[in-house]
Design a protein around this ligand. Sequence first.
Ligand code: NAG
Ligand code: NAG
Length: 447
Amino acid sequence: MKLSASQLLLAGASLTAALPHLDSPRQRLLNGMDLPTKYGENSKPYTPGHRDAEDNYVDAIGKKLDPKPWRNGFGASVLGPYNRDRSRQSPDMIRPPSTDHGNIANMRWSFTDSHVRIEEGGWTRQTTVRELPTSVELAGVNMRLDKGVIRELHWHKEAEWAYVLDGEVRVTALDYEGGNFIDDLKKGDLWYFPSGVPHSLQGLGENGTEFLIIFDDGNFSEESTFILSDWLAHTPKSVIAENFHLAPELFDHLPTGEKYIFQGSVPGSIDDEAPKGKNVKKSNYQFTHKMLDQEPKKTKGGEVRITDSKNFPISKTVAAAHAVIEPGAIREMHWHPNADEWSFFISGRARVTIFASEGTARTFDYVAGDVGIVPRNMGHFVQNIGDEPVEMLEIFRADEFRDFSLFQWMGETPQRLVLDHLFADDKEAGEKFWEQVKDAKKDEITK
Ligand SMILES: *[C@@H]1O[C@H](CO)[C@@H](O)[C@H](O)[C@H]1NC(C)=O
Ligand SMILES: *[C@@H]1O[C@H](CO)[C@@H](O)[C@H](O)[C@H]1NC(C)=O
C-alpha cells in the first residue's frame, strides 16, 4: 500500500508521541544531567527535580509543605482535588519511599474520624475492627468525663485495660471474692479489669479526666456493655423487689433505660466513700498501676517503660510499652513475636514502614490521636520525623511484652555468617558494620 505525504507525516507524529520524552526529568537524571529551573530546585522535596536515593523523611507539617507524588524523576503533579491537611499528615502515602512494594492493608486510623457519642458531661468514641479492619486483636475507646461525671456501673466479656491521658479519675470494682476496690488515678496511671469484673469510672479534679481504654477483642463495641440501669429497666419490678427484700413501690422511680454517662455528685475522699457495712471487705487484688511513675529505661534517643503481667500481675491479657522518641531518634528496627501491635500516638509525628515478607513493605505516617497496627512478626521501626518528642503507647494482647531487635540479632550471630549475607560484595563496609554491631547492645530508641 502506498501512503500519501500527509499520511506519512501523521504516522511520524504518532511515532514521536509514543517515544519516551527525551527531556523528561527522569531521562535527564538518568543521563546525569542537571534539571532546568522549571523543575524546581533539588532541595525542595516535592518538585519534579526531587532526587533522594536514601528515601529520607520530610516533615511536611512542620515545614508547611504540600506533598506531591514526585520521586527521583518519576511522577507528575496533582490536577484533581487536593486535601492539603491530610496530605501533610501522610506525606509517605503520597510519595512512598522507593522501598515500599506490594499490597498491604491499611494500618492507620485517626480518632478524629471516629463517631463521637455525646452524653451529659462527657463523650466517647471508638476505634474497632469496624473503623480499622486490621484492628483485630484489640479495640480502643477514647473517653472524656468532666468533673463528677460517671461512666455507669457495668461489666463486659472483654478485659479492659486503660491509660489515663489527662486529669484525675476514680475507679471502683468488685473482685471475685466479693472484695471492693477503689482508687484515684492521674495522668499516666493504668487500670485493668478482667472479663466480667463490674466497675465504674468518675471524673475528679477541676476538669475531670480523659483516658484511652483497650479491650482485648477488636470486635468489641462500647455500645454493648452490661449496664446496671439497663438491666434493672428490663427486669420485672416484682423480681427486683423480691431480690432486695423490699416493696415494689420503692422502685417506681428507677431509670427507664441505661444512663451510661451522666453527671453525678462530686465524691469525697476514698476513706469517706468506702462502703462500711458489716460484711464489706477490701479487695486483695491490685487493679491499678502507675505506669509513668516507673523508672524508665533510658536509651540513646529516648526512654521506655514496659508494663505487663511481670510488674502488673492482674494484666494477664494486655501488655504495653510507653515510649518517648526524641527528635532525630528512631525506635529501632524490631518485631514482636507474640501479638499484633496496637499503637496510640499521644504526641509528635512519626513514620513507620511495615515489612510483611515476600518483598512487600508499606509506609505510614502518624500524628497525635492516631492508631497504628503492626501485625505480629512484621518488621518495623518508628522514626520521629518532627521537631517535638514522639510519645506513644505500644499495646499488645499478650501477658508479656516481647520484641526482637535487629541490631542485637546481628551482634549475637557469628561475624562470618552476617558478613556472608550482607557484605559479600564489600568486605571493607562489612568490617565497619561488624565493629558497630558486635557488642549486640539493644537500644530500643536509638540515635
Ligand atoms: C482546666 O481547664 C482549664 C481550661 O482549659 C485550664 O485553664 C486549667 O488549667 C485546667 N485545670 C487543670 C487542673 O488542669
Ligand atoms: C464481629 O462480630 C460480628 C457480629 O457479632 C460478626 O459477624 C463478625 O464475624 C465478627 N468479626 C470478627 C473479626 O470477629
